[in-house]
Design a protein around this ligand. Structure first.
Ligand code: NI
Ligand code: MN
Length: 220
């Protein structure tokens, strides 16, 4: 069983095969977060890039829970220096973790860490769960043509940031069974009408769009 929870902004919880995974755990300072970072469970924390709204409360949560933090090599090193248990990967590299096979994919974005340190390349996450489902978390990225290659994996789910029409084009390249839009509505700057976006997705593609409310979950 796999359940996805959206905590607002780009903060996600994934429960699969009894493992608790947090992705880009930004709770403190996230106006749409519905829980505080001292209340969430984590066995693993996945960080797509170094920006503060994605690194978020990784240090605090990992120290409390003992979660293993998985990110690119540079971010893993930066977090390791703060006493966390980490596992570094690189774009294109895959590794079999207890929760499934995780590959880091291309993302077109930046990755500077909150203190200005170099955060390596930003990444997306392609996860094959132990029961064989393919889940793609785009991270923060602009549209890129290799989304078509990622789509050829046969995605059960894609979780993508929605900003403008690029996100609709991304769905057309990824062709997932289900798309979940995130990274909107946190601040006025990234205000979106997710229902209108979902309606366009369902009109123009065969993908089902699932719009969650912050704190909302759905079972795959
Ligand atoms: Ni970012
Ligand atoms: Mn962001």
């Amino acid at each position: 069983m796999t359940t996805l929870t959206w905590y607002g902004h780009a903060t996600l919880g994934l429960e699969t095969g009894g493992q608790h995974i947090l992705i880009d755990p930004f709770f403190n300072g996230n106006p749409s977060a519905t829980v505080s970072p001292d209340k969430v469970q984590a066995d693993f924390i996945l960080v797509t890039h170094g920006h503060g709204d994605h690194i978020g409360d990784t240090v605090e949560i990992a120290k409390r829970t003992g979660a293993l933090v998985i990110s690119n090599h540079e971010i893993a090193g930066w977090l390791g220096n703060q006493g966390l248990k980490t596992h570094g990967q690189h774009l294109g590299g895959g590794y079999k973790h207890p929760f499934g096979y995780l590959k880091l994919t291309l993302a077109l974005h930046g990755s500077a860490l909150p203190d200005g340190s170099y955060g390596g390349n930003p990444a997306g996450l392609l996860l094959t769960t132990n029961d064989g489902r393919k889940l793609y978390f785009a991270g923060d990225t602009g549209l890129f043509g290799d989304m078509k290659l990622i789509g050829e994996e046969g995605l059960d789910l894609a979780v993508i940031p929605i900003g403008d029409n690029e996100a609709l084009r991304a769905v057309k390249l990824l062709t997932p069974k289900i798309v979940v839009p995130i990274h909107f509505g946190t601040w006025g700057l990234i205000a979106q009408d997710p229902a209108a976006w979902a309606a366009r997705v369902e009109k123009e593609t065969t993908t089902k769009a699932v719009v969650l409310k912050p704190g909302g979950s759905f079972e795959l």
